[in-house]
Design a protein around this ligand. Sequence first.
Ligand code: UDP
Length: 137
Amino acid sequence: MSQRTLVLLKPDAVRRGLVGEIIGRIERKAGWTVGALEMRTLQRATLEQHYAEHVGKPFYEPLVEFMSSGPSVALVVEGERVIEGLRAMAGPTDPIAAAPGSIRGDFGTIVRENLIHASDSAESAEREIKIFFPELG
Ligand code: UDP
C-alpha cells in the first residue's frame, strides 16, 4: 500500500546537524523516496494550521516559539506503509521513552525538542501536505 506522509525535521535537528543522518535513515528504507523537500523558517500562521489540534494547550505557545526559532526541513516521503513506518522510525513523543534505534530515542531528551514530526494518519498526511506543499495538494 503506497502512501505519502509529511515529515518535518524540526529546528533542533537542523541546529544539531542531524538533517543528513535523519534523511539518510529515511532514504535507506527499501522503496521509500523523498518526493519533495524544502528548508525554511516556519511562520506562526503556518504552525497554527499545522498544530491546530493543540491550540490553547499549555505546551502550545512554547512549541510555536521553538518551531519558529530557526529553519526546519519539510519533506514529503512516499512508499509502502510510510505513515505507520515513519511514526515507528521517529519513536514516541517523549524521547526518553523512545527506544534506542528510533530517531527520538537515539538523539533526543526533551519532549518539545524531539527532532521530527511525521503525520499520524492518512487524513493528517493529506491535510499537512497541503499546508507545506500546496502545489502537491
Ligand atoms: N509537545 C510538547 N509538550 C507536550 C506534548 C507535545 O512540547 O507535552 C510537542 C512535541 O514537540 C510534539 C508536538 O508538541 O512532537 C506535537 O505533539 P503530538 O502529541 O502531536 O506529538 P507527536 O505526534 O509529534 O509525537
